[in-house]
Design a protein around this ligand. Structure first.
Ligand code: HEM
Length: 200
């Protein structure tokens, strides 16, 4: 009886990681579908407002954050798809990226929170101000921040003893899906930035 109870979290864990292996390609495809749908919609929209140029250090921080998220996504997803779970050198590389992400997220928040505010209220009739980001990039920016907070928070909370094994298992599950959302949102953000730069 007792050994069976001990095995329960392990059984639940392998089951949820199996479900995640199916959810992973579905999530990535959903990201691609959002991009395609937006591309189709923008073809029928009017001219975009004037572009506000980036400062050199903004580009540097942005590329750094994208690189970190890509490293975390590749190490986790490749390990899950190839081995079924993260471990060994994959986990080592994942943890190197994790530290960098915890440091980079507040910098990203402080740097761009203001430029990513949505304008609420009656439209101004004056000349349109140059904007840095399209609405889709703004949405993706806030999603990256929120999911990044959950991704880091779940692993930090997992270190607390009082959660117990089922609680830690739940945190790992939330971590997986928040990580997937974060990677997809970063991809959509990159698309939004590229669209803005390539637009005439
Ligand atoms: C976009 C960023 C991230 C993504 C996509 C991501 C994704 C994942 C995924 C899918 C797993 C589960 C692998 C499995 O099923 O075995 C995992 C495990 C893990 N992640 Fe992340 N992660 C990210 C960021 C972070 C951060 C910021 C931290 C630390 C603060 C972190 C720490 C860990 C740890 C310690 C594990 C192993 C947990 C265990 O096996 O018990 N990750 N990550």
């Amino acid at each position: 009886m007792f050994p069976d109870i001990c095995r329960l979290p392990i059984a639940a864990s392998s089951h949820s990681s199996e479900i995640f292996r199916i959810a992973l390609p579905v999530g990535l495809l959903a990201g691609a579908a959002i991009v395609l749908l937006h591309l189709v919609i923008t073809r029928f929209c009017g001219k975009a407002p004037q572009r506000k140029p980036w400062r050199w250090w903004e580009a540097l921080v942005y590329l750094g954050v994208l690189g970190i998220i890509a490293c975390l996504g590749v190490t986790a997803f490749a390990a899950v798809l190839r081995l079924g779970a993260i471990g060994g050198w994959w986990l080592f590389a994942h943890m190197c990226g994790a530290g960098a992400m915890v440091a980079a997220l507040p910098v990203l928040a402080l740097m761009w929170a203001d430029s990513n505010r949505f304008q609420i209220g009656p439209a101004d009739s004056g000349p349109a101000e140059p904007v840095q980001f399209l609405a889709i990039a703004k949405l993706a920016y806030w999603t990256v921040l929120a999911s990044g907070l959950v991704v880091a928070g779940t692993m930090i909370v997992s270190m607390l003893r009082w959660l117990g094994t089922p609680g830690q298992q739940l945190m790992l599950d939330v971590h997986r899906y928040a990580g997937l959302v974060c990677v997809v949102a970063a991809g959509v953000h990159l698309y939004g930035v590229a669209l803005r730069r390539l637009a005439p």
